[in-house]
Design a protein around this ligand. Structure first.
Ligand SMILES: Nc1ncnc2c1ncn2[C@@H]1O[C@H](COP(=O)(O)OP(=O)(O)OP(=O)(O)O)[C@@H](O)[C@H]1O
Length: 292
């Protein structure tokens, strides 16, 4: 595989309880690229991220991360090279963990300090990161007491702790107030524009939260259900039950577009994706979209 390929998903499918959640997912992310993974609620973005972060395995297809095939290489080694900020990860911290420890353990990718030890310099870096996100005052507190916004900032600081080759952020601005969101956006824009080989994947369902420097997008939508697999819905003129499979589940999510952000975010594509007329706008370098 080409050396600068950081992530490669080949015909990936993920199934649970007889339901196909995502299918036919193909994506290549190279060193230094900044990607947005975009799509409506429940389409499978976090499911895909679970694989990119080595937390779940595909039911079909192959996932390569930093040159290694998922399932055929030690995930603990891989995790040390990946920075992750996600709500799933946030739930894994022991409730009484000191936020400073939650950040410094980003180096070893464990949740919950146990027998691992860190140097003074590493702790100093963790403190600096906390201060960068204006939550230096959280040192000595307990994770379970943090507000959602504080927890988010701790998570991003942790994701950056190991200077990772691959940075994955799943909805990093969830729960933040306006000031907090804009502050995280500033940091993400800095990461987006930094001159480095770091590959970054940012998951969002809000166009307003695409930071500067992110110039590629993978858009997830529903794969059309084949006529044989569709369930007839009572008021459905063509008797297909749009987007509902034979078990009554929504049809699988897939990547319907990947490439340049500017070419991807069109009125037509979002109108089709959300099933209503949408107009996309861009001002002050930021994107937004409204139903018209
Ligand atoms: N382990 C699982 N078992 C069964 N169903 C699952 C599992 N994980 C996810 N799902 C289902 O798969 C679908 C996709 O979920 P996922 O969280 O990946 O979507 P998402 O695009 O991240 O959504 P959101 O934008 O709302 O966070 C949902 O319908 C969810 O209920």
């Amino acid at each position: 595989m080409n050396e600068d390929v950081v992530l490669q998903l080949e015909d990936v499918e993920f199934r649970r309880n007889r339901r196909v959640i995502i299918t036919d997912v193909n994506l290549t992310v190279r060193a230094g690229e900044r990607w947005v993974l975009f799509g409506p609620n429940g389409i499978g973005k976090s499911t895909a991220v679970g694989m990119l972060a080595t937390r779940t395995f595909p039911s079909e297809g192959r996932v390569f991360i930093l040159g290694h095939q998922l399932g055929k290489y030690d995930v603990f080694k891989l995790r040390k090279r990946i920075g992750l900020a996600s709500a799933d990860l946030a739930r894994q911290f022991p409730p009484f963990e000191d936020p400073l420890d939650a950040v410094v353990t980003g180096l070893t990718a464990v949740t919950g300090r146990w027998q691992d030890t860190y140097t003074d310099a590493e702790y100093e870096r963790a403190r600096t990161l906390l201060r960068d996100f204006r939550v230096g005052y959280l040192e000595g507190k307990q994770m379970w007491r943090l507000s959602e916004g504080e927890r988010t900032r701790v998570l991003i600081a942790r994701a950056l702790m190991g200077d990772p080759e691959l940075l994955i952020m799943d909805e990093p601005t969830t729960g933040l107030d306006l000031g907090g969101r804009e502050q995280v956006m500033r940091t993400l824009s800095r990461i987006g524009r930094e001159d480095s080989n770091r590959a970054v994947v940012l998951v969002t369902h809000r166009l307003e939260e695409i930071p500067a420097g992110f110039d590629r997008i993978a858009i997830m939508g529903r794969k059309p259900v084949s006529v044989e697999d569709a369930t007839a819905a009572p008021n459905d003129a063509d008797g297909r039950g749009d987007g509902i499979d034979a078990h009554g589940n929504p049809s699988a999510g897939t990547i319907v577009y990947s490439g340049s952000l500017e070419e991807g975010l069109t009125d037509e594509r979002l109108t089709e994706l959300f099933g209503m007329p949408i107009e996309v706008e861009r001002s002050h370098g930021r994107w937004s979209a409204y139903a018209v």
